[in-house]
Each structure stands twice: as C-alpha cells, then as structure tokens.
Design a protein around this ligand. Sequence first.
Ligand code: CA
Ligand code: CA
Length: 167
Amino acid sequence: MDERRIAARFAGFDQDGNGYIDRGDFYAAAKALLAEFEVTARCDKGQELFAGAEAFWQGMAGIADVDGDQRVTRGEFVTGAVKRLRDSPERFAEIARPFLRAAIALAEPEQGDGGVAVAGAERVLRAWGVESGVAAEAVRTLDGDGDGRVSEDEVVRGFALYFTVPE
Ligand code: CA
Ligand code: CA
C-alpha cells in the first residue's frame, strides 16, 4: 500500500483543515450536504445523515485513533488506514456505508432503487470540496455500466478504491 497516497487522502477528511480529523470534520461534511440540498438537520433525512456521520467517525476512530485522544493525526490515519486496507478494503469501506446511504437519500429524494443519478453524486462530492473535474471523473468511474446511475454498493466500493487507486 502506498502510504503517500493515503496521506494525501487525509486532507479530504480534515474538512476544516486544522491538521487532524475529529468528529467535527464529519459533522462539517454532513452540514455541507444539508446546505447543498437545502435540508434541515431536524428532519428524518438530516438526522440519518448525522447518525451516519457519527458512525463513520466512530469507525474511523476505532481504526486509527491509537492514543484515544479523539483526534486522528496524519500519522495515525496513515498507520490505521494502511493496516486496515491491507486486511480488507471492503471492510474498511463499510464504516462509511450508513453515511453514504444517507447522502444518497439526500441527493435522490425519489430513491426507487437505492441508487443515485450521476449528477446527484457529483453534487455530493462538490459539496465536500472535491474539485468539479475530479468529481465528474470519480462518478464516471463508479458508473461502470454507464447507465447514468450509481448504486449504494458502487458508492461504497468507490470509497475503498479511493484509497487504493492512483489519481
Ligand atoms: Ca479537522
Ligand atoms: Ca489520536
């Protein structure tokens, strides 16, 4: 596993850029989505999103917060992510599933098949600060069969790939 690549992913999680990942970064990512899709934190979808953010943070802390100070430093992140990805990238990605599922529900209110249209998935990534060209390319990669939609499983698998495939 390329540790430099994983270190570069750190910035994506450190939403407020203060040099460590903590619960606040996950809540900031949730708030960015609520603003993007004009949904309140109090409604069911808002609450599911925050529950997903909390589960994601707990999973991340369980993997990486070695000293238990409720902050994941860059060093802890690299060590924890490398170790867990070596064990199983799919299991690693599962920590993100409830949050990603809630994000899909925001982006796609109809949600017939539990998936999301490509445009909605791009809006999610852009709300998290991903540059628009990179977001478009990432979503195209997820939509393997090119039908213009990505399923929850494809999104979760994409999260694992994000750590293991070069830019
Ligand atoms: Ca931070
Ligand atoms: Ca720590």
